[in-house]
Design a protein around this ligand. Structure first.
Ligand code: ZN
Length: 176
């Protein structure tokens, strides 16, 4: 699991020199959702159990494990994207049509998985074909803390990419 800042920066890189707009915001949303919806509940449940609550729930239980991992699978990402695009109030979805909204969130989630797949984990990899298969997969090219080491480089590259429109925006703000 790469950190959320690294994931968000990959979305900025994918958008390139385009100005920040609704597409960028929904792509970044899609890129951080898999960890927010799967890892955060897992860590929260562990903390709650450390405080003595829900002791009967085993975090090693396969069903609970798979349930918490669902938003971190392609199928789960697609379901979450469709759900968000359907229940989101129109004023939040505007100016994107709901189909585009779901597509950008899904692409963000898949970008998240692509980055995560590069990592080598001490435990199982990712269930890409869930619910049809629970066979874990990963490329295992970098250690799971490798994203933190790459963060300064990624930040510098992103700064170079967004610098032109950021300068133009600041110049326009000065004129107003
Ligand atoms: Zn992840």
């Amino acid at each position: 699991m790469a950190d959320l800042v690294t994931h968000a920066l990959t979305a900025v890189l994918v958008r390139g020199r385009r100005r920040v707009d609704a597409v960028t915001l929904w792509l970044v949303t899609g890129v951080i959702l898999p960890d927010l919806l799967s890892r955060a509940p897992f860590v929260s449940l562990r903390l709650i159990q450390d405080m003595g609550f829900f002791a009967s729930l085993s975090l090693d239980d396969d069903r609970l494990h798979l349930g918490l991992n669902l938003p971190h699978t392609p199928a789960g990402i697609f379901l979450v994207s469709v759900l968000i695009s359907v229940v989101l109030p129109q004023w939040l979805a505007t100016p994107l049509p709901r189909l585009h909204l779901a597509s950008w969130i899904t692409l963000g989630g898949l970008l998240h998985l692509a980055v995560d797949l590069l990592q080598l984990h001490l435990v199982d990899g990712y269930f890409l074909l869930y619910p049809f298969s629970v066979r874990p997969f990963e490329f295992g090219l970098v250690r799971s803390d490798g994203s933190v080491l790459a963060l300064p480089v990624l930040l510098a590259v992103c700064a170079l990419v967004v610098a032109p429109w950021l300068k133009a925006t600041l110049k326009r703000a000065d004129k107003v």
